[in-house]
Design a protein around this ligand. Structure first.
Ligand SMILES: CC(C)(COP(=O)(O)OP(=O)(O)OC[C@H]1O[C@@H](n2cnc3c(N)ncnc32)[C@H](O)[C@@H]1OP(=O)(O)O)[C@@H](O)C(=O)NCCC(=O)NCCS
Length: 131
């Protein structure tokens, strides 16, 4: 599963200089994160008490715009709801138009900004969804 995730990550984030390796994913799992991996997509999240945080989500370029990420978010939301989660948080690069569109369509709202948060100098938008 972890080498599959390494390959998916490289396809989904070709622009990143620091790509997540199989070991990075194994460490995330060991640290308590939940991971769903499909043929063309993955999602990683962490739950603490009644809050969950989306750590990463990706769909390979050939499979985009077919509702895959929306479906993953819905599966994740259903899962965390069953364990008592009330709010889901995430951070997204303010220049990532596809991801911002996805999150807004999935019911997330902007709640703050971290200026120049990323290595590329872009701001991070913090989003939240009450479930
Ligand atoms: C962001 C990403 C996960 C979206 O995956 P996806 O499976 O294509 O998303 P969906 O098909 O579920 O799209 C849901 C909605 O998101 C928005 N959206 C998705 N791609 C978009 C794009 N290129 N431009 C504008 N809006 C977009 C649309 O509102 C879309 O609904 P619509 O198709 O009915 O208009 C995908 O583009 C990706 O993997 N990008 C690279 C990795 C990444 O940036 N991950 C997020 C890090 S925070």
């Amino acid at each position: 599963m972890y080498s599959e995730l390494e390959n998916l990550y490289a396809k989904c984030f070709p622009e990143k200089s620091q790509k997540w390796s199989a070991n990075d994913f194994a460490d995330l799992k060991k640290s308590g994160c939940d991971i769903i991996v499909g043929q063309n997509s993955f999602i990683v999240w962490r739950t603490a008490a009644d809050e969950a945080e989306i750590i990463s989500i990706g769909v390979t370029p050939d499979a985009r715009r077919t509702g895959t990420a929306s479906a993953l978010l819905q599966i994740m939301e259903n899962d965390v709801k069953q364990s008592g989660v009330k709010n889901i948080f995430l951070e997204v690069d303010a220049a990532n138009i596809p991801a911002i569109g996805l999150y807004h369509k999935s019911g997330f709202q902007n709640i703050g900004t971290r200026p120049q948060y990323y290595d590329n100098g872009h701001d991070a938008i913090i989003m939240k969804k009450d479930i």
